[in-house]
Design a protein around this ligand. Structure first.
Ligand code: PLP
Length: 398
């Protein structure tokens, strides 16, 4: 039995991150156990019948439920303020499971045009094949969302802040538009995590996570989650249970342990990112820094209002076009040249030729993915070491 059964509703966010969801077994373990088992056994044929029919709750098979996965789900739900969470094998699987659960042929998705590249491919290449129409609008432009919505629109989908330019949408206002048209609002909360932004409390209906990023925080495992109300999440659970993109118990354990330090890490990431952004703004070889924590950011006030922090992803425009940007990347010795983000290790990438490389020149121009842009996911190494590694390339250009 759990020793966590009393007063959990009153727990603060740090206590939830550390204690929610662990039901201690008869072994009296202190740390959360990993249950690497595909199935579960019964005392009798009659008990098996009751479990399979749903008459009696309990585990059957790890594609349906697994105690390690449930610990992660309950903990993330508690942090996001959702009634229920369903874990998935990746962030992309979370988006797919949500779509399988809630949409049908003839429905429309209205999405921000500033989305993770694979999300756009999932929509345009796969969902479109099943007769779902997808249209894209400018993230921050509420009139554009309102104008593009139709009676067939069932889902509004956005990432805020956007990658890599930190554009922001007013979540309560967007939720209002969705609800006036009888549609759901889903927010991909990967960049800020519940430590810095809780979309459900701001009016969103569903939260999507790539746990691969900050929830893990140390670049070890791939996973995802959908969080929201019981009603919709029961459908998402059904889709994952039947279609199979479930999370492994071992990965769930990694993410559970990641959640315990999430708020501390996010606070440290934010401090580092702001300090680095301010330093970069002063470098002669830097044309512009995109970060919602800077007063120069056009939506800085909105960011302050709806976020508890500004995250740690910076878009930085370098003098000298692609050549300049590449020379800064190639001059680094410590930073990791990789497309991943949300790691304690600082990563650097050239979006136009990697993460956003599949976009047409026109799509890139509209989304602001210029050739001179680099993206930094600011990690937790010593700030001086990060600066020094960037200074080599920047000073050569200045
Ligand atoms: C990485 C990412 C995803 C996809 O997650 P995976 O775990 O890689 O499948 C979705 N949305 C955003 C914003 C991401 O950064």
């Amino acid at each position: 039995m759990s020793d966590n059964s009393t007063g959990q509703d009153q727990w603060g966010i740090d206590t939830r991150a550390i204690r929610t969801g662990h039901e201690r077994t008869g072994e009296q373990e202190h740390g959360e156990p990993i249950f690497p088992t595909s199935s579960f056994v019964y005392g009798s044929a009659a008990e098996a019948e009751r479990k399979f029919s749903g008459e009696e709750p309990g585990n059957i098979y790890s594609r349906f439920t697994n105690p390690s996965v449930r610990t992660f789900e309950q903990r993330l739900a508690a942090l996001e303020g959702g009634e229920r969470c369903v874990a998935t094998s990746s962030g992309m699987a979370a988006i797919l499971a949500m779509a399988l659960a809630l949409l049908k042929t003839g429905d429309e998705i209205l999405a921000s045009r500033s989305l993770f590249g694979s999300t756009i491919s999932l929509f345009d290449k796969y969902l479109a094949r099943f007769g779902i129409t997808i249209r894209y609008v400018e993230l921050a432009n509420l009139e554009a969302w309102e104008a593009a919505i139709t009676p067939q629109t069932r889902l509004l989908f956005a990432e805020t802040p956007s990658n890599p330019l930190s554009e922001i949408v007013d979540i309560p206002a967007l939720a209002d538009i969705a609800h006036r048209h009888d549609a759901w609002l889903a927010i991909d909360n990967c960049f800020l995590t519940p430590a810095l932004q809780r979309p459900l409390a701001l009016g969103a209906d569903l939260v999507i996570h790539s746990a691969t990023k900050y929830l893990d925080g140390q670049g070890r495992a791939i996973g995802g989650a959908v969080v929201g109300r019981n009603k919709e999440l029961e459908e998402v659970f059904g889709a994952v249970r039947t279609c199979g993109p479930c999370m492994s118990p071992f990965n769930a354990w990694i993410f559970t342990k990641g959640l315990e330090t999430l708020r501390l890490r996010m606070k440290a990431h934010c401090e580092q990112a702001l300090a680095l952004a301010l330093w970069l703004e002063d470098q002669p070889a830097v044309r512009k820094v995109h970060y919602s924590g800077l007063e120069s950011h056009p939506q800085h006030e909105l960011a302050r209002r709806q976020q508890d922090g500004f995250g740690a992803v910076l878009g930085v425009e370098i003098v000298g076009g692609r050549e300049g940007a590449w020379s800064v990347i190639d001059a680094t010795r410590m930073l990791s040249i990789t497309g991943n983000l949300g790691d304690v290790k600082t990563t650097i990438t050239h979006p136009a030729t990697t993460t956003h490389g599949k976009m047409t020149d026109e799509q890139k121009a509209v989304a602001g993915i210029s050739e001179d842009l680099i993206r930094l996911s600011v990690g937790l190494e010593d700030l001086e070491d990060i600066k020094n590694d960037l200074a080599t390339g920047l000073n050569a250009l200045a």
